[in-house]
Design a protein around this ligand. Sequence first.
Ligand code: PCA
Length: 332
Amino acid sequence: MIQTRHQGIVRAGAGLLLGAALGLAAGPAAAETWDMPMAYAASNYHSENNAAFAEAVTERTGGELEIKPHAGGSLIGGGEIYGAVRRGIAPIGERLMSALGNEDPLFEIDAIPFLATSFADSRKLYEASRPEIEKLMDEQGLVFLYAVPWPPQGLYSTKPVEKVADMEGVKFRAYNAATSRLAELMGAVPTKIETAELSQAFATGVAESMISSGSTGYDRKLWEYVNYWYDTQAWLPKNMVFANKDAWEDLDEETRAIIREEAAKAEAAGWAKAEELNQWYADQLAENGMTVAPPSEQLAREFKELGETMATEWKEKAGESGRKVLEAYGKM
Ligand code: PCA
């Protein structure tokens, strides 16, 4: 059926509309297109993984459900994707989970510094948090499908940083409330900027530092503007893919089962890819002339202290469901 709810985004086949208008007998179930807004570069492994997921679903449904990815914030900007899927403007999308702290602190659990710093621990934290996150999203009219991590987060800076005090007054690009808070605690000056605008921000001096993975620095060729990347391994934030619940419920069971299966495959493939590429990204930064180094002992220690402050703050705001997740993760 044609989904008027998603009109404007979902091009459900004008030919079918015409057929209906002419009173033609209904043929096989109408083909449908699900536009899938995403925020990151088309060549990024998240985007490529999502494109493979979309293609598999399209193929396995014989084109009855075509999922059409739109990378780089080209259809809907990163900051608007969650709300757009929630309101049914887009039926499916991808968003950085920890950017949704204003919706619920639970989404920020993977951006608490030093709570989970390896792929193995991130996996555990993900497994501990997934049921609560699914429940929360269900209440918001969304269906959680899968999540894939970014590599561990390191500190980018145009100038060398030996200690937190070196960050005083530095313009810091934040990608969520947690990174803004971390900047504040360091005495830096945070500005929220989506990755699509990142190169521009560093080129014009709007940003002089940020915390992110080697992956994003590589995608945005940050070596053109930034000299240092300190491998602080602070946390591994995740992107998640989710659908609008009404759109989901309009699908037949077979299609939903296909999506679930392909989502599970995409999740496994995405985790493996992130881990496989982690060192490669760091190597690319170095090969392109950046100084890639571990943080100094002092910086590492001071970062850990700030992380503890943030963990305490998070526990206070996350309440009972946060406590449950930390308990399941084994850290409470
Ligand atoms: N890259 C994204 C989020 C985390 C990451 O590694 C970004 O910088 O926006």
